[in-house]
Design a protein around this ligand. Structure first.
Ligand code: PEP
Ligand code: MN
Length: 337
C-alpha cells in the first residue's frame, strides 16, 4: 500500500503517518518525490487496515501497490530516481560510465587503466578483486590486495570504485573499500547476499542473471530496497539464448521495459553482453539511444594478456573512441555525459 501525502503535508504529519504504519505492523518506507512524499507500507499481505489512513491529516490517498516489486516499481515513485554517489549523479539527465578491467591484476595495470578511463570521461573505475569464475582453476582475484590498488587509483584520479561482492563473508571489507557494491549475474538471485548489501546501505549495482526474467530481476532489486537501501542501479549484461555468435544476447528490450516498470537507473554492459571487443561500441551507442542511464565497459591495456575477459576488453584508445561516439548519441538524447 502507498500512502500519498498531500504536497502541503508537514514533516510532523509524515512522521505521524510513518508511526501509524509501524503500529499497524507494517514497515514504512519514505519515498521523496519532487512534489510530494509517498510513504510505502510493506510487509504483511492484508493491507485493509491501512485504507483508513486516508482520513489522517496531510494524507491525500491510500492505494494498493499491485506489482510484486513494491519499492522498485513506478507505482511507488513515478519519477526517475537520480542517485548521488559521493557527488556523482546517475539517472535523470545524468549518464554514468563505469570502465576498467574485468579483474584487478597488478598495481601498475589498474593505475594505468584508471588514468586512461578518467581521461576519456568515465566517472567510475570498475575492477574485480573477488571474481566469480566458472572454473575453480581460473584466476579468482587478488582479494584485499586488489582493493588496495583500487583505492590507490581512486586517490589518484578521483574516480569512484565499483567492485563485485561474491560472498556475504566479505561484506565488511567491501563496504570499507568500495563506493559501489556490484552483484554479478551469477548472484542476481542470491537472496541472502541481496539482503546483506541492502542492510549495508552502500550503493548497489545489480546485474541481471543470464536467465533471470525482468519480473524476477525487479524482485531481486526489491530485496535490497526492502532493507531501506534505495541506492540501486540495474544492469542488463546479456541473457542466454540459442545464439552462439556472441557470448550472450544483449537484451536492449530490457531498457524501455524496465524503465516503464521501475524508476531505478538502468545501465548496459555491452562487454559481457557481446563477448567481443569489436561489438562493444555499436551496442554502447544503441544502449544510450534506447534510453539507458549509463554503461559498464571492460578496458584493458593488453587484452591478449588479460587474466579474464580479454576478448571483450577495449584498448584504452578504443574506449576513448567509444566515448566520443557515445557523447554524440547522448547529446542527441538530451543527456549529460
Ligand atoms: C564482471 O562484471 O566482470 C562480471 C563477472 O560480470 P557478470 O556478472 O555480468 O558476468
Ligand atoms: Mn568480466
Amino acid at each position: 500500500m502507498i500512502i500519498v501525502m498531500s504536497p502541503k503535508a508537514t514533516p510532523g504529519e509524515i512522521q505521524t503517518v510513518s508511526e501509524r504504519i509501524t503500529e499497524l505492523g507494517y514497515e514504512p518506507h519514505l519515498i521523496q518525490g519532487v512534489e510530494r512524499t509517498v510513504v510505502a507500507a510493506v510487509g504483511r499481505d492484508d493491507k485493509s487496515p491501512l485504507q483508513a489512513m486516508e482520513t489522517m491529516p496531510g494524507v491525500e490517498s491510500a492505494m494498493p501497490i499491485l506489482k510484486p516489486y513494491k519499492l522498485v516499481g513506478r507505482e511507488a515513485k513515478g519519477e526517475d530516481s537520480v542517485l548521488d554517489i559521493g557527488g556523482v549523479k546517475v539517472g535523470g539527465e545524468h549518464l554514468a560510465v563505469m570502465a576498467g578491467p574485468c579483474s584487478v591484476e597488478t598495481r601498475e595495470q589498474i593505475l594505468g587503466i584508471a588514468d586512461a578511463v578518467k581521461a576519456a570521461g568515465a566517472q567510475f573505475l570498475r575492477g574485480g578483486a573477488y571474481k566469480p569464475r566458472t572454473s575453480p582453476y581460473s584466476f579468482q582475484g587478488l582479494g584485499l590486495e586488489g582493493l588496495e590498488y583500487m583505492a590507490e587509483a581512486r586517490e589518484r584520479t578521483g574516480l569512484k570504485i565499483i567492485t563485485e561482492i561474491v560472498s556475504v563473508k566479505d561484506i565488511d571489507l567491501l563496504v570499507e573499500w568500495a563506493d559501489v557494491l556490484q552483484i554479478g549475474a551469477r548472484n542476481c538471485q542470491n537472496y541472502s547476499l541481496l539482503s546483506a548489501v541492502g542492510d549495508s546501505g552502500k550503493p548497489v549495482f545489480l546485474k541481471r542473471g543470464m536467465s533471470t526474467m525482468i519480473g524476477e530481476f525487479l524482485q531481486a532489486a526489491e530485496y535490497i530496497m526492502s532493507r531501506g537501501n534505495y541506492n540501486v542501479m540495474l544492469c542488463e549484461r546479456g541473457i542466454r539464448t540459442f545464439e552462439t555468435s556472441t557470448r550472450f544476447t544483449l537484451d536492449l528490450n530490457a531498457v524501455p521495459v524496465i524503465k516503464s516498470l521501475s524508476h531505478l537507473p538502468v545501465i548496459i554492459d555491452p562487454s559481457h553482453g557481446t563477448g567481443h571487443w569489436n561489438f562493444v561500441t555499436p551496442m554502447a551507442r544503441a544502449a544510450i539511444a534506447a534510453g539507458a542511464d549509463g554503461l559498464m565497459v571492460e578496458v584493458h591495456a593488453q587484452p591478449d594478456r588479460a587474466f579474464s575477459d580479454g576478448a571483450q576488453s577495449l584498448l584504452p584508445a578504443k574506449f576513448e573512441h567509444m566515448m566520443s561516439e557515445v557523447r554524440k548519441i547522448a547529446t542527441a538524447m538530451g543527456r549529460k555525459l
